[in-house]
Design a protein around this ligand. Structure first.
Ligand SMILES: Cc1cc2nc3c(=O)[nH]c(=O)nc-3n(C[C@H](O)[C@H](O)[C@H](O)COP(=O)(O)OP(=O)(O)OC[C@H]3O[C@@H](n4cnc5c(N)ncnc54)[C@H](O)[C@@H]3O)c2cc1C
Length: 274
């Protein structure tokens, strides 16, 4: 087993051609998932690759490199559109986990309960995937294909995320767990919205831990557009929640999750609108 720590992206993607090699960033998902099994494959640690750590603002959006940690997100001067992502950053594990764990690792791990996904879905983030043959971008919703499944192809790694600048809005993230700290989500909700006075001019709502991958509730978004913030909860209808498929597991049962989601959405809208 060799532990590779390249400093340039070309070297990193070249190493990906030499199977088997596993990409790690913070290792906060990867190492616990090994349990007591020995590591037999080579490891490609991307944390020293030049240009992969940090957030860069461009005239039309923001770039978040694949080695950017949750703590980096918390410390970055970002507009209120990113408040849901920042709130999620505070909720991922403990401070030690936030210092090591990356946003990209959270996405590539593709857990249905990954706290980073709903805030990035409401920002309509795109992921950039790099390989020896070049780079491609795809929407985050298309990248996450199932429980622990992504659109990453052999020889590819995530280089970063791209977030196009929206019309200025505000965002909120609400997480429900069995306790207040260091907890995996029973359900979580991210909302991004733009107000026109007390009316919702535009809204995006994403729900996590209630389906194989986090999803946007586009029918609900349409129903709430033009609605007064105070009236939102009265517009909820069962049809709006059809994309969700909550399961019963050790954390909560399906009917509880389905109920809780509606309360979380109402709370997130109110918080985002404050
Ligand atoms: C105690 C504890 C508490 C936690 N609490 C939470 C929580 O509350 N909420 C939550 O969402 N998560 C939680 N996690 C999970 C984890 O910390 C986060 O998902 C974190 O963001 C993972 O980032 P990482 O850099 O450590 O990923 P890694 O462990 O390095 O990688 C995760 C997976 O992604 C792959 N990968 C990583 N980077 C890339 C890349 N650039 N390209 C391709 N593949 C890549 C790896 O091969 C691996 O399969 C917790 C973990 C622990 C140990």
């Amino acid at each position: 087993m060799t532990y590779h720590r390249p400093t340039c992206l070309d070297d990193a993607v070249a190493l990906l051609q030499c199977a088997p090699v596993e990409v790690i960033a913070g290792g906060t998902d990867w190492y616990p998932a090994r349990g007591d099994r020995p590591v037999t494959s080579d490891i490609l640690d991307i944390t020293r690759v030049d240009g992969l750590r940090g957030i860069r603002a461009a005239p039309d959006g923001w770039w978040i490199g694949a080695a950017t940690t949750w703590t980096d997100i918390l410390r970055a001067p970002l507009p209120p559109d990113f408040d849901a992502l920042k709130a999620a950053a505070c909720e991922v594990g403990s401070i030690q986990i936030q210092n090591a764990g990356t946003v990209a690792g959270n996405l590539c791990n593709a857990s249905p309960a990954a706290d980073g996904v709903p805030p990035l879905l409401v920002l309509e983030a795109e992921v950039e995937l790099a390989s020896a043959t070049g780079q491609r971008r795809l929407p985050l919703a298309a990248f996450l294909t199932g429980v622990r499944q992504t659109a990453l192809q052999p020889g590819e790694m995530m280089a970063g995320l791209w977030i196009r600048k929206p019309a200025p809005g505000r965002a909120a993230f609400v997480k429900l767990g069995a306790r207040r700290y260091l907890v995996i989500s029973i359900a979580m909700v991210a909302v991004w919205l733009r107000l026109d006075g007390s009316l919702i001019a535009e809204i995006r709502i994403a729900v996590g831990a209630c389906s194989p991958t986090s999803v946007r509730l586009t029918a609900l978004e349409a129903a709430l557009t033009g609605c007064r913030v105070a009236d939102c909860a009265t517009r909820f209808h069962a049809d709006h929640f059809v994309p969700l498929a909550p399961i019963t597991d050790m954390r909560a049962d399906a009917p509880y999750r389905a109920d809780a989601v509606q309360a979380l959405i109402a709370r997130a809208i109110t918080e985002a609108a404050l």
